[in-house]
Write a protein that binds this ligand. Structure first.
Ligand SMILES: Cc1cc2nc3c(=O)[nH]c(=O)nc-3n(C[C@H](O)[C@H](O)[C@H](O)COP(=O)(O)O)c2cc1C
Length: 185
């Protein structure tokens, strides 16, 4: 069976309705997967790089899950990539540790799907924001699975109503199911 590693890059996972629901559902659907919560693993501003690299080395399929922040990943997730995907480990002539592994990019956005289009507030479709992430996988010798995203996932207590909560929880379950289907395929 494939070793699945889920990197949860949300900087405030306990405050996120969709982030928590997606990870909870992934726990249920993929009980064999290891989830690493970067917000808990970053201590005094640093990761244990060796532990992170060991977890990556042991995995066959890796999921990077995060909320879309300024059309990219949160700084915490970016720091993890900068610190952990080092020369000699992830790239360079001897950096082959990630070769042949599968990577799935999983993200949520605040803006609704209709806004990610030409002539709308986000100007470009979602696919146009993903090449730097997909190229990170390529450069490290990983194969990208089709990215999974869900739009319109922002929920602010007291601002958004119960109908929105229910819609987001259902979308989060669907999001996790799409990830599980891909990594199990
Ligand atoms: C600093 C910051 C930047 C964000 N940037 C974007 C963005 O570029 N596009 C977008 O659609 N949503 C953006 N959002 C909204 C989040 O992606 C959205 O709230 C998230 O996917 C759902 O997670 P949450 O429960 O933490 O809010 C941003 C939110 C924050 C806090």
């Amino acid at each position: 069976m494939s070793n699945i590693l889920i990197i949860n890059g949300h900087p405030h996972p306990e405050q996120s309705l969709s982030g928590k629901a997606i990870i909870d559902e992934l726990d249920r659907l993929l009980p064999q997967a290891q989830v690493r919560t970067l917000a808990a693993l970053c201590r005094n501003g640093s990761f244990d790089v060796q532990a992170e690299q060991q977890a990556l080395s042991a995995a066959d399929t890796i999921v990077w899950h995060f909320p879309f922040y300024w059309y990219s990943m949160p700084a915490l997730m970016k720091k993890w990539i900068d610190d952990v995907l080092t020369h000699g480990f992830a790239y360079g002539s001897t950096g082959t540790a990630l070769h042949g592994k599968m990577l799935l990019i999983s993200l949520t956005t605040g803006a609704p799907a209709a806004e990610y289009a030409r002539g709308r507030s986000m100007t470009w479709p979602m696919e146009d924001f993903l090449p730097p992430l997909l190229q990170t996988a390529n450069y490290c010798g990983m194969q990208s699975l089709p990215p999974v995203w869900s739009n319109g996932m922002i929920f602010i207590n007291g601002v958004h109503g119960e109908a929105n909560r229910e819609r987001i929880l259902a979308a989060a379950k669907d999001h996790a199911a799409r990830i599980a289907a891909e990594v199990n395929a």
